[in-house]
Design a binder for this molecule. Structure first.
Ligand code: DON
Length: 562
C-alpha cells in the first residue's frame, strides 16, 4: 500500500481552497461605481445606488458629501458641469457655472492706470461669482431624480454632524492656507484650527445649511437665512453679490459637444466651458497622424500632441466665452479642414513657436483645485461631473454661519485682454466680464462611446491642464491599450500655447528624452511641482467589464457597486 504524504495532501487542499476562493472573488461582478476625490463621498454615492437610486441620485449625494469632506473644492457655493448618458443612449449636459454679479463690469479689477490689481479677482468678496451648484443639483433631481430629495441630502448632513477624517494631504493643505483663512475671516475662523491628519472634523454650521437645503431645496440656499448670511459675508469682504443676484440664478441645459475620433464618439462639455471644443480640436488635429504608431510618451507622440494643444489654446483665447453673450463659431472651430490647415505648419524637426501662432508673453502662476467624479449605475446611466470653487478653498472667504467657503470664479474671466489669469490663460473680448455672464471654464467632464456603446466616463481638476489630462487619459486607453488605472496613473505633460513652455510631471520622464525635445526647440519646465490633473474615470469594455481608475496623485478612491 502506498504511504500517504500528509504535508503534500494538506498543500493540495490549501491550493484548492485558495483557487476556489479566488475564483469566487473574480466572479463578483462590478455593476457600477463612483470614483471621486474622497472615499467617504464615493461610498455615499454607492450607498444611494444600493438603496435603488440611479447615477443621478448618487451624483447629488456624492456632490454634497464632497462639500463636507473636501472643502477645498467640493461645494454648494461654486459651480460646475454635468455631462450624462442615460442607459438608453440619451446624452445631455447641465451648465451650473457661476455668473458674474449684476453689478459687475469689464474693468472691475483694473486700477486708474488700467492695470490689473493683484489678487482682486482671486481673494476676497469681489472674486466671488454667483454660485450655481445647489440650483444645478435641484434641477438634476427634478429631471432625473428617483429617490426623494431629502434622502439624497441626508448622508452629507450626517457626514457634517458625525465628522470626516483629515488625510495627510488635507493637513498640509489646511496649513498652507491658514494665513489666508485668518487674513480674510479672523483668527477664530473654523478652518484655522490646526486640524491634523487623523482628526475628525465636525462642521455643525454646514450640517444646518444642508438641513435647510434638504427641507427647502433651492430656496434653502438662495433665499432666507443662507442668502442673508452669504450676501452679508460677501459685502463684509468687499464683494457685490446681492439677494437679487441669488434669486436670478438658473442653471441651463445645453447640447454637449459631440465629435468622432476614429471609432470613438465623444460627448463633452460645450461653452461656457472651453473643454469640449478644445478637446475636440486637439483630437481632430491628432487623428490624421495615427499617433498609435508611436509608443505612449515618445518624442513623436508628444510633439504631435503639444503642437495640436498649442494651436487649440490659441483659438480658445480668441473665440471662447459664454454662448449666451457671444457668438462662438463652434462648427468652424471643429471643422476637419480648418484643423488640418492649422497643423500644416507642424514639423517633426522643430517646435513651432507660440509667437508664430499668435503673439504674447506671460508668466505661469500657481494652480489650485477643483474636483471631478465619475459615476455609473447598474442600469448603465453614466454621469461625469466637474465642479469647482476655482482656487483651493475659492476666495478663502468663509461663511462662518453656513460652514462653507465661497468661490473665486471671477478670476476665470479675462480681467484685461492679454493678461493671464491664475492658470496663465489669457483671453480677450469673448471672455470679458459682464453682468450676469458666465466665465470661461476649462472643465471637461466627458463620456466616450465606442461602437455605439458606453466606453468611458472621465474628467479631472487642474485648471488649464484639465483638457490635456482628459486627452491623455483617453489616448492612453484607446490608442495605447492601457487598463484604466494605468492610464490614469501614467506620467503626464501639458502645453497651453502661452506661456510657450511644455510642462512635464517632475522626475517621471528621462533626462535624455527631455534633452532631445529641447534640441528640437521646445521650452521645457520640469522642476515645477504642480500636479497635472487628478483624473477619476470608469471604463466599460466591449464585453461590459467595468474597471475604474482613481488618481493616485490625490486621495481619490473608486468604490464599486456589486
Ligand atoms: O473652470 C475652470 O476651468 C477652473 N475654474 C477650474 C479650476 C481648477 O481646475 C483648479 N484645479 N486644479
Amino acid at each position: 500500500m502506498m504511504k500517504q504524504n500528509t504535508p503534500l495532501l494538506f498543500k493540495n487542499i490549501l491550493i484548492f481552497i485558495i483557487f476556489f476562493l479566488s475564483s469566487c472573488v473574480k466572479e463578483k461582478e462590478i455593476k457600477g461605481a463612483v470614483v471621486s476625490a474622497r472615499e467617504e463621498a464615493s461610498k455615499i454615492g454607492v450607498a444611494i445606488m444600493q438603496k435603488g437610486g440611479t447615477a443621478f441620485d448618487a451624483m447629488i449625494a456624492t456632490d454634497l458629501a464632497l462639500t463636507v469632506c473636501y472643502p477645498n473644492a467640493g461645494n454648494i457655493s461654486g459651480g460646475g458641469f454635468l455631462v450624462y448618458r442615460t442607459f438608453d443612449g440619451e446624452v445631455g449636459s447641465l451648465d451650473f457655472r457661476e455668473k458674474a454679479p449684476m453689478a459687475s463690469y469689464p474693468d472691475m479689477y483694473l486700477d486708474e492706470l488700467g492695470n490689473v490689481i493683484p489678487k482682486m479677482s482671486t481673494l476676497g468678496g469681489l472674486s466671488v461669482g454667483v454660485p450655481g451648484t445647489v440650483a444645478g443639483l435641484v434641477e438634476i433631481h427634478k429631471r432625473f431624480g428617483t429617490l426623494e430629495w431629502d434622502e439624497l441630502v441626508q448622508p452629507a448632513i450626517d457626514l457634517a454632524r458625525n465628522g470626516y477624517i483629515v488625510t495627510d494631504n488635507q493637513e498640509k493643505s489646511f496649513k498652507n492656507k491658514k494665513e489666508e483663512f485668518i487674513a480674510l475671516n479672523g483668527v477664530e475662523t473654523f478652518y484655522a484650527q490646526n486640524f491634523k491628519s487623523g482628526d475628525n472634523i465636525i462642521n455643525l454650521a454646514l450640517a444646518e445649511t444642508l438641513e435647510r437645503i434638504a427641507k427647502f431645496g433651492k430656496a434653502g440656499f438662495y433665499k432666507g437665512v443662507n442668502a442673508d448670511e452669504l450676501v452679508k459675508r460677501v459685502k463684509e469682504t468687499g464683494g457685490i453679490i446681492t439677494h437679487e443676484d441669488l434669486l436670478a440664478y438658473d442653471p441651463v441645459w445645453r447640447e454637449p459637444i459631440n465629435f468622432q475620433y476614429k471609432d470613438l464618439n465623444i460627448y463633452t462639455m460645450g461653452p461656457p466651458s472651453s473643454g469640449g471644443i478644445c478637446l475636440g480640436q486637439i483630437m481632430k488635429m491628432i487623428e490624421p497622424y495615427e499617433i498609435g504608431q508611436y509608443s505612449q510618451n515618445t518624442i513623436e507622440a508628444i510633439q504631435i500632441i503639444v503642437e495640436a494643444e498649442r494651436r487649440s489654446y490659441a483659438d480658445r483665447s480668441l473665440y471662447l466665452g459664454d454662448p449666451d453673450f457671444i457668438n462662438i463659431p463652434e462648427d468652424s472651430l471643429l471643422n476637419e479642414n480648418y484643423l488640418k490647415k492649422r497643423m500644416s505648419s507642424f514639423d517633426f524637426n522643430e517646435a513651432t513657436k507660440s509667437s508664430e501662432i499668435s503673439p504674447g508673453t506671460i508668466v505661469w502662476e500657481e494652480s489650485e483645485e477643483t474636483t471631478h467624479y465619475s459615476i455609473l449605475d447598474a442600469q448603465g446611466n453614466a454621469v461625469a461631473v466637474t465642479t469647482t470653487l476655482n482656487g483651493s478653498y475659492g476666495s478663502k472667504v468663509f461663511v462662518e454661519k453656513g460652514g462653507y467657503f465661497l468661490n473665486n470664479e471671477m478670476d476665470d474671466f479675462s480681467s484685461k485682454p492679454g493678461v493671464p489669469n491664475m492658470f496663465g490663460l489669457i483671453g480677450g473680448k469673448a471672455n470679458a466680464i459682464a453682468a450676469q455672464k458666465r466665465m470661461l471654464s476649462a472643465m471637461t467632464p466627458t463620456i466616450v462611446e465606442r461602437n455605439g456603446k458606453l466606453a468611458m466616463i472621465v474628467g479631472t481638476p487642474g485648471g488649464s491642464t484639465i483638457i490635456t489630462s482628459v486627452l491623455q487619459t483617453i489616448l492612453n486607453v484607446f490608442e495605447y491599450e492601457m487598463d484604466i488605472q494605468t492610464a490614469v496613473s501614467a506620467p503626464r505633460f501639458h502645453h497651453q500655447w502661452l506661456p510657450d513652455v511644455v510642462v512635464f510631471e517632475p522626475s517621471r520622464f528621462q533626462k535624455s528624452f527631455i534633452d532631445s525635445l529641447q534640441e528640437k526647440g521646445f521650452n521645457i519646465k520640469e522642476e515645477y511641482t504642480r500636479i497635472i490633473g487628478r483624473v477619476d474615470a470608469i471604463h466599460i469594455s466591449s464585453s461590459n467589464i467595468i474597471t475604474t481608475g482613481a488618481d493616485p496623485r490625490g486621495d481619490d478612491k473608486a468604490v464599486h457597486l456589486y
